[in-house]
Design a protein around this ligand. Sequence first.
Ligand SMILES: [Zn+2]
Length: 125
Amino acid sequence: MIRKRPTFAQQQAAFERYKGRCPRCNAIIAEAYLLGREVRWRVLPGAKIEWNHIQSLEAGGDNATDNFQPLCKKPCHQWETKQQARLRAKVKRIAGKTGAKRKLENRKRALKAKIARAKRELKVL
Ligand SMILES: [Zn+2]
């Protein structure tokens, strides 16, 4: 899945969903205003926000509207990014371990086959 930024409509939907607050620390990051009769949201002046995939793309998340959340840049998005990096490292570590185990099992199987072959040859002699 290609990483995408939320469209304007997706951003509006996300601000509405969280009522202009950072879902992690509850800080007010956006304000509602009226454009004609339509309620719109805009980032508060001075607020620094970043868009975050609730379920990361690596974990099977997508760029759908309900998978985006606005987080304040510090500390929330930084924290979220760090957690995801930690999770990725853990997955890699576990994958590495199972890879080593598989290699060992393959070598064991090959050795057993070799022994069986040697036994067969001995019988022939
Ligand atoms: Zn926050």
